[in-house]
Structure formats: C-alpha cells, structure tokens
Design a protein around this ligand. Sequence first.
Ligand SMILES: [Zn+2]
Length: 151
Amino acid sequence: MRITRRLEFDSGHRIPDHQSQCRHLHGHRYAIEITLQGDIIRQPGSPLNGMVMDFSDVKALAKQNLVDAWDHAFLVWRGDVDLKSFLESQPGHKTVVLDVVPTAENLAAVAFDLLDRVYRDTYGNHLCLERVRLYETPNCWADAVKEEIKK
Ligand SMILES: [Zn+2]
C-alpha cells in the first residue's frame, strides 16, 4: 500500500547558469509530496490499525528533517560562491548550502536522500520511502523515485 502526504514551504533560490529568469534571485512556493510504501498495520485496538503510517507522523518527521530547515530559507549552491558569501555575511540569515544547483530535480534528490533514512520500517510493517515529488511551481515538478536515485 502507498500513502502520500503533501507539505508546502517557501524558499529562495537561483540557478546561476540558467539562460532565462531562474538566474535571478527569486523564490517559490514549493510543495513536496512524500509517498511511503508499507504493509497496512493489522492490530485491532491499536491507534494505527488499518494504516500504513499516521499522516500526522509523516508530516511531523518531514518537518523535523527537512521542511523546517528549508522553509523561508535561501537554498544556495556551494559553487555559487559570491552569493553564498553574501548570504553568510548576513547576520542570522537562514541559508541552506547545497552541494548541487537548486533545481527541482536536485532538490527532489536531496530531499529523498534526507528522508529515506527517516521512514525506514518504523512500525515493523516494511515501511519505506517510495517517492519524493518536488513542485517548484504548480505546473513543474520532479520525481525522485526509489531505486532510480543515485546515491
Ligand atoms: Zn526558480
């Protein structure tokens, strides 16, 4: 069985080598959809009976491990040297430094990697992260799918 939880967050980014608008500093209302796969828990009397995972737990773990760090942060590529030093010169500025250019594809892959270890078999029901879908806009998204991800 697969279940999906969607969360939204706001972040700034730029794609320095982009030919068009995305080379400028700007932000997006991102959305992330986290799809988990696992067995349905069959434990009469348990609050988890009939579930793969409680949706509120999916949300809480995503916030703790990813969304709270990225929300209202600027996502900057380590190689975007001048911008990175500018952001780091701002006292207390919320900056997330990434080893990759912050495209939707790369953010989906980074998010998958961060969350993969979080959802491993929490309840003994073979729970695992199946897919992370990262929306840069409502019309543009990237999917990081288990077994297609390069570690
Ligand atoms: Zn953009």
